[in-house]
Design a protein around this ligand. Structure first.
Ligand SMILES: Nc1nc2c(ncn2[C@@H]2O[C@H](COP(=O)(O)OP(=O)(O)OP(=O)(O)O)[C@@H](O)[C@H]2O)c(=O)[nH]1
Ligand SMILES: [Mg+2]
Length: 391
């Protein structure tokens, strides 16, 4: 929303990418308050936002889906982002909504972030088709460890997050490459949800790719450099969240590999066998590895690998966020800023807590071998939420 931030783009070398009619700003932002972003900006800008989205959608020959990008810790991204996500479901119910969102874990720069992240996560659970969560501390670790080469020619839009954001952008470029280029076994983004989300709402995907930084760039393409690159793409070091989706003790319910450039079908078959041996898949999910091959590698590379996993390890993210949320809510600290916004009810705090606790439970229960006895893992059953009591 912030004019100052948006004008960095409209004045930069990248200005040709943006349709001026589709830029909506306001002064000021949402003061790190989800309720402000969702209720105040949401209701004020609803018409303008929808008008702009509909006009972009009408300009498409073949609308594949929406990609939403926002941070979860502040007020605008989390609040207005949640609002737009909900509106998209309403206006375009059959068009997929992919959300790449940054969790402020590790950067304690917004005190109310736990509230904002929990309220926004509730909306991700209910309205997103697939979520690609990024943790800022994971992005920070990667940029410290690896030498990330940013496009310096766009330095007019530089920010302290430039290197971290370039990782996010490259991941998205990999995810959408199947929709943009040809390939022997290509798939478009819509195939991700069918293959990766076995039960409704369990759509939080761990993602990683390789090469990421200059240190990772292989010079020649050979069987061994390609295999090393595949192993890096599945390693803990390259994950967009701080935990390893393939750790022993986790349950992996689906996986996906997308090889670009020089990768061959023989390579991919071999890697899937390696994965099936090493990965804590469940009895029924060890055949659930989707593979894809896209002809076109990222610029400057001969090959690259993207890996996605739907793993119970995402529980770590929910736990980390919930415990900070609980600490603040126990004292009802800062809650008056939310309840003073028209439309916000104190019960929304409990509701988001229940929704997150429920999805956490689903990821816990998935580890039980016979899921047919677990009602919430059956489609179309509305699970009754229990109300959490606080002192
Ligand atoms: N990775 C990454 N994190 C960011 C970036 N900008 C902000 N953050 C983090 O996101 C959190 C929220 O900050 P903002 O994105 O400024 O929040 P906002 O959505 O603009 O909302 P308001 O400022 O409250 O209007 C903070 O924890 C920041 O550290 C970015 O460009 N990249
Ligand atoms: Mg801001």
């Amino acid at each position: 929303m912030e004019e100052k931030v948006v004008s960095r783009f409209s004045k930069s070398d990248l200005k040709f990418l943006f349709d001026k009619k589709a830029i909506i700003t306001n002064y000021p932002g949402s003061a790190n308050n989800w309720a402000e972003g969702y209720f105040s900006h949401g209701s004020k800008y609803k018409e303008k936002i929808l008008e702009s989205i509909v006009s972009c959608a009408e300009g498409c020959d073949n609308l594949h889906g929406f990609v939403l990008l926002y941070s979860m810790g502040g007020g605008t991204g989390s609040g207005l982002g949640s609002y737009i996500l909900e509106q998209l479901e309403d206006f375009f119910p059959n068009i997929d909504r992919f959300v790449a969102c940054v969790y402020s874990t590790g950067s304690e720069d917004v005190i109310t972030a736990p509230y904002n992240m929990m309220l926004a996560t509730q909306h991700l659970i209910e309205y997103a088709t697939c979520v690609f969560p990024f943790e800022n501390r994971a992005l920070q670790e990667i940029t410290t460890r690896k030498n990330i080469a940013c496009e310096s020619k766009f330095s007019s839009i530089s920010s302290p997050f430039e290197d971290m954001n370039s990782i996010v952008v490259n991941l998205l470029l990999n995810i959408t490459s199947g929709s943009r280029f040809t390939g022997q076994m290509n798939f478009d983004v819509n195939a991700i949800k069918t293959n990766m989300v076995p039960f409704p709402k369990m759509h939080f995907l761990s993602s990683s790719f390789s090469p990421i930084g200059i240190n990772d760039w292989p010079t020649v393409s050979s069987n061994s450099t390609r295999e090393k690159n595949f192993l890096k793409a599945c390693s803990k070091d390259n994950q967009m969240m701080t935990f390893n989706p393939l750790d022993v003790g986790q349950a992996v319910i689906s996986g996906m590999l997308l090889g670009r450039g020089d990768y061959t079908l023989t390579d991919m078959r071999k890697y899937i066998k390696i994965l099936q041996k090493k990965t804590p898949f469940l009895d029924w999910s060890d055949k659930c590895v989707k593979m894809g091959l896209c002809d076109v590698p990222p610029v400057g590379h001969a090959f690259s690998m993207l890996s996605l996993f739907n793993s119970s390890s995402v529980i770590n993210l929910f736990d980390c966020m919930s415990s900070k949320f609980q600490t603040l809510l126990n004292k009802k600290a800062h809650t008056h800023h939310y309840t003073s916004i028209e439309g916000f009810d104190f019960d929304f705090f409990y509701e988001c807590q229940n929704t997150v606790a429920d999805i956490r439970e689903m990821y816990e229960e998935i580890k039980i071998p016979d899921t047919s006895t677990i009602p919430r893992l059956q489609p179309n059953i509305n699970y009754e939420y229990k109300k959490f009591e606080i002192e």
